[in-house]
Design a binder for this molecule. Structure first.
Ligand code: GDD
Ligand code: MN
Length: 392
C-alpha cells in the first residue's frame, strides 16, 4: 500500500539490521521508476551474488507501488535495503543516480538498472576486476569481445545506441579513449575517485558525465550481455535523445558558452519575423516605412523574448513575467538607439568602413545585452541549477 510517508522522500531500512560497522566493500545503487514487477527477481539474484555486507540502495521516483514491492521482497529475503523515495524526481534518472552515489558508503559503488538488463551476478566481478587492476572505474561493456547487446529492443534502438556512442567518442576522443561503451548504465566506481557534488547529469548518460567531469585515473572494461527487460517498459523516449544531445553540448562547451550560442541563434532567427512584419505593415497596411520599422522591431523583440525566456534562461526565471518582459523590451530598444552613436564613433571618428563598423556594433551590443540578461535579469541562485535547458 502506498503510504503518505513515501511521498515525502524518506530513507528507510527494512529487513535485517546492517551487518557490522565497517563500511561495506560494495554499495549497489539501483534507480527505479515504476519497476514493481522487477524488484523481487532483482533482489533475489543480487542477494545470491554479492557479499553479505553489501549495501543495497534504491533511489525511487515511482508513481506505482515499487517501494512496497521492494520492502516485501527484502522482508522475504531477510536482507537490509535502503529505499530513498524522492518527493521530486529532480534530474530524472541521472539525478537519482547522483542521489544514490551521495548516499553510498561502500569502497566501490555499482550502478545498475532494475529491469535485469544488467545481470546481477556480474556485480562482484566488476568490483574484482577493479580491485585487481587498481582501477577507479569499471565499465560493463556491450561492445568488447564477449559482450552483446541483444537486449536492445529493435534495429532502431541499436542504430541510435551505436550512433550516440560514435558521436560521444568523436566529441570526447581523449577522455573516452579505451572505453568501448561510454553509454553503459552498468558500472562500478571507486568512492575515492568520486565527487557526487560535481556531477550534473542531464538525462540517462550518467557514466559519460562521470568520465568527462570526474576524469577517473584508470578505467577497465568487463564484457556483458545486455539482456531483455524482465518486466515492464523502457522509460527512455525521443525527448531523452534530445536531452542527450544537450548533455553532450553542455559537457563540451560549458553552460554559459552554450547559453550565449543559443542566445545568438535566437537573435539571428529574429530577423525573419522582423522582415515579415515590415513587409506586412508597409505593403498591406500602408504604414510609413520608418514607423513600420519601429513596430517590426517590437515584433522581433517579442519573438526573441519568448524564445530566450523559454529556452535559454528557462531554469533562471526568478523575476515575474512582467519584469522579465519589460527589462527585455527596454534592452532591445536601447540597443537600437545605442548602436547609432557607436557606429558614428567607429566610422566617423575612427575611420572604419560602414560594414565592418556595423558588424562591430552588432557584436558589441550583442555581448552587452547578453551580459545584462545573464547577470542582472536572469539572476542565478546560489545552488547550481541541474541543467542549462531544463526540459519541462
Ligand atoms: N529513479 C529513477 N528516476 N529511475 C529511473 C528514471 C527516473 O526518472 N527513469 C528511468 N529510471 C530507471 C528505470 O526504472 C530502470 O531501472 C533504469 O533507470 C533504466 O531505465 P530503462 O527505461 O530501462 O532504460 P533503457 O533500458 O532504455 O536504457 C538503459 O540502457 C542504456 C543503454 O542502451 C540505461 O541503463 C541507460 O543508462 C543506458 O544508456
Ligand atoms: Mn532497461
Amino acid at each position: 500500500m502506498t503510504t503518505v510517508a513515501q511521498r515525502e522522500g524518506v530513507t528507510r531500512a527494512v529487513g535485517a539490521p546492517a551487518a557490522g560497522v565497517h563500511p561495506p566493500h560494495i554499495s549497489v545503487v539501483v534507480p527505479t521508476y515504476n519497476e514493481r514487477d522487477n524488484v523481487e527477481e532483482l533482489l533475489g539474484r543480487l542477494v545470491a551474488a554479492v557479499p553479505v555486507d553489501t549495501e543495497l540502495i534504491f533511489v525511487d521516483d515511482s508513481s506505482d507501488d515499487t517501494v512496497d514491492a521492494i520492502r516485501a521482497a527484502a522482508e522475504k529475503l531477510d536482507v537490509t535495503v535502503t529505499v530513498h523515495h524522492r518527493a521530486e524526481a529532480t534530474g530524472g534518472l541521472g539525478g537519482a543516480v547522483v542521489e544514490g552515489l551521495r548516499r553510498a558508503q561502500g569502497t566501490w559503488v555499482v550502478v545498475m538498472d532494475a529491469d535485469l538488463q544488467h545481470p546481477p551476478d556480474l556485480v562482484p566481478q566488476l568490483v574484482a576486476a577493479g580491485d585487481e587492476a587498481d582501477a577507479d572505474l569499471v565499465v560493463a561493456s556491450r561492445y568488447v569481445d564477449g559482450g552483446t547487446r541483444d537486449g536492445l529492443a529493435n534495429a532502431y534502438r541499436r542504430y541510435v545506441s551505436q550512433g550516440s556512442t560514435r558521436l560521444a567518442k568523436a566529441m570526447f576522443g581523449r577522455t573516452l579513449a579505451g572505453v568501448s561503451d561510454p553509454m553503459s548504465g552498468f558500472f562500478a566506481v571507486r568512492a575515492t575517485a568520486l565527487d557526487p557534488a560535481a556531477l550534473r547529469p542531464l538525462g540517462y548518460k550518467i557514466l559519460l558525465e562521470l568520465m568527462v567531469r570526474a576524469k577517473p585515473r584508470k578505467v577497465v572494461e568487463v564484457p556483458f550481455s545486455f539482456g531483455t527487460r524482465f518486466a515492464g517498459e523502457s522509460k527512455s523516449s525521443l525527448s531523452e535523445g534530445l536531452r542527450f544531445l544537450r548533455h553532450l553540448a553542455t559537457l563540451r562547451v560549458g553552460d554559459s558558452q552554450l547559453r550565449m550560442l543559443g542566445y545568438a541563434a535566437v537573435g539571428v532567427s529574429g530577423v525573419l519575423p522582423n522582415l515579415v512584419a515590415l513587409q506586412l505593415l508597409t505593403a498591406v497596411f500602408g504604414v510609413h516605412y520608418l514607423t513600420a520599422a519601429v513596430i517590426a522591431n517590437q515584433v522581433a523583440i517579442g519573438w526573441n523574448f519568448v524564445l530566450t525566456d523559454r529556452l535559454i534562461f528557462r531554469s533562471r526565471r526568478r523575476r515575474s513575467l512582467w519584469s522579465r518582459m519589460g527589462q527585455f523590451a527596454v534592452l532591445g530598444n536601447v540597443d537600437l538607439v545605442a548602436r547609432i552613436p557607436l557606429l558614428a564613433l567607429l566610422v566617423g571618428d575612427l575611420g572604419l568602413g560602414y560594414l565592418s563598423g556595423t558588424a562591430i556594433t552588432l557584436a558589441v551590443m550583442f555581448l552587452v545585452r547578453f551580459l545584462i540578461l545573464d547577470r542582472l535579469v536572469y539572476v542565478r541562485t546560489s545552488k547550481p541549477s541541474p541543467s542549462v535547458w531544463e526540459t519541462p
